[in-house]
Structures are given as structure tokens and as C-alpha cells.
Design a protein around this ligand. Structure first.
Ligand code: APR
Length: 253
């Protein structure tokens, strides 16, 4: 384990050597797009912490309140643009034959940047799920005309198609993420405190299976001592330079 603030040649070589690369992102990658992260500086909303509103219990108690909170975030995210870190990941996807992007984010900014098929572990704020029939529907209308929104088929209230505290991750995406982590040669972990399980186990799955694992973060995290390298810095500032060097090395072969 090591810490650096510079993109070292060794870091570039280790990443470029991977035949299969995984990028695993958290909310820190969207911080420079103006979207608050979950821990640390997130202001209370109407006196509630995010954890208190992100639960089935909160939704059952007051779906209107939970939806009002989500709707404010949807409107904020709708105005946000991907930043250079999101775009650098698109470049990586084009350069590596074996590539997977796994995200805990629900904001859709990876897709907006051009990433093709990110594995969304925690769902998407741009989808809803019927509380009666459990079908998933696109909910891209913003602002929503009806709060809470209702299912177009059966009229039941929709819930956000996101994973709340205490809920299991969607089976398909989690399985795909575990496989990608287990078989990659290297993983870049960007902007996550790595405190929320089971997503936070993915860098460790990669490491245990022999991958080189580096994180890009403004500070050390829960996994810093368990992985190979911490590259300290803001994702939008650091990642484009790292990616450019890695791609140049890949293309030089
Ligand atoms: N560049 C890189 N890292 C950053 C930046 C930045 N510009 N800004 C903040 N960070 C880092 C912080 O240092 C922190 O480690 O991003 C991380 C954000 O951590 P969290 O707020 O815990 O967010 P995340 O890890 O994505 O949370 C995981 O928790 O509440 C749930 O479901 C929610 O998906 C979320 C999950």
C-alpha cells in the first residue's frame, strides 16, 4: 500500500498492463459536477440526514416527503454536467478491450458523459418502480408533474428505483460487478468512502484475486490500507492526466 499525489510511471505501467480493467465509482466523482456526496458535507434536508430518508420505513411513513426530497435532487442533477473525470472514463472504455464500469451513483452522469453500459449497483434516480407490481419504468420527466408519481399501468404509487438502507442490491448487477471485479487485472476506485457494504467489498474481491487496485480520492478511505495505491487528489483534476498516460502506454504496444 502506498500514497502518491503524482501519477508515477509505475502506476501507469501497472494499469496499462491489465488486459481487463474495472473502474468503480462513488459519489465523489460527481462532486465537481456540483452534486453533494453522501457523507461529510451533505447538508440536512428539512432536518433529516440522507440515511433517514433512504429507507423503506421512511417511504412507508411518508412517500410524499421522500419523493419531494428525490425531486429536489432530480432537478439539481438534471442541471449538472459530467466533469473531466466522467469523460476520462469514457476514453478508458474505448482504449481497453476488456472494460467494465461499476458505479454506486444513481445520478446517470456516466451515461450522460458517454459511458455505454455502466453497472448500476444502487439503481437510478431516473427510474421508478411500481410498489404493487414491481415493474420498473423510466422516469425522465423533470420536474415530475405528479408527486408522488404513479404507475401508468395500475395506478399504484411508484418508488424511486434505488437501493435504500437495509435493502439487497439488485441481483443481476451485483453478480456482474462481482464477476468483473474477480477477473480484472486492475481496478481504479474513484470517489468512494468505501463504507457501504456490499459494494465496498468489490475492490477487495479484485485485490484478493490478484488485481492491482488504486483509488483516486481527496482523502484516505476505509480501504486505503488494503489496496495497492492511493492517488490523492480531486477526480476531475487527477483522473484525466492518469488516463491520458495509461492510454498512451496501451497504444504504444
Ligand atoms: N474527487 C475524488 N474524491 C472525492 C471528491 C473529488 N472531487 N470529493 C469527495 N470525494 C470523496 C470523499 O473523500 C469520500 O471518500 O468521495 C467520497 C464520498 O463518499 P460518500 O459520501 O460515502 O459516498 P459513496 O462512497 O458514494 O457512498 C456509497 O452510500 O448512502 C449510500 O447509496 C449511497 O451510493 C451511496 C453509498
Amino acid at each position: 500500500m502506498g500514497t502518491t499525489t503524482e501519477v508515477t510511471q509505475e502506476l501507469v505501467e501497472r494499469l496499462a498492463a491489465a488486459s481487463d480493467l474495472v473502474v468503480f465509482t462513488g459519489s465523489g466523482i460527481s462532486a465537481e459536477s456540483g452534486i453533494p456526496t453522501y457523507r461529510g458535507n451533505l447538508a440536512l434536508w428539512a432536518g433529516f440526514r440522507a440515511e433517514e430518508l433512504s429507507s423503506v420505513a421512511a417511504f412507508e411513513r411518508d412517500p410524499g416527503q421522500v419523493w419531494t426530497w428525490y425531486e429536489e435532487r432530480r432537478q439539481q442533477i438534471a442541471k449538472a454536467e459530467p466533469n473531466p473525470a466522467h469523460r476520462a472514463i469514457v476514453d478508458l472504455e474505448r482504449a481497453f478491450k476488456g472494460f467494465h464500469l461499476i458505479t454506486q451513483n444513481i445520478d446517470g452522469l456516466h451515461q450522460k458523459a458517454g459511458s455505454k453500459d455502466p453497472i448500476e449497483l444502487h439503481g437510478s434516480i431516473w427510474r421508478g418502480r411500481c410498489t404493487r407490481e414491481h415493474i420498473i419504468v423510466d422516469l425522465t420527466e423533470c420536474p415530475l408533474t405528479t408527486l408522488p408519481p404513479v404507475c401508468g399501468r395500475c395506478g399504484a404509487v411508484l418508488r424511486p428505483d434505488v437501493v435504500w438502507f437495509g435493502e439487497a442490491l439488485p441481483h443481476g448487477p451485483f453478480e456482474a460487478a462481482n464477476l468483473a471485479a474477480a477477473f480484472c487485472g486492475a481496478m481504479i476506485v474513484v470517489g468512494t468512502s468505501a463504507q457501504v457494504m456490499p459494494a465496498a467489498s468489490l475492490p477487495l474481491v479484485a485485490k484478493q484475486n490478484g488485481a492491482f487496485v488504486v483509488e483516486v480520492n481527496t482523502e484516505h478511505t476505509a480501504i486505503s490500507t488494503l489496496i495497492d495505491e492511493t492517488l490523492l487528489g480531486a477526480a476531475g483534476g487527477v483522473l484525466p492526466g492518469l488516463v491520458e498516460k495509461v492510454i498512451r502506454r496501451v497504444e504504444s504496444r
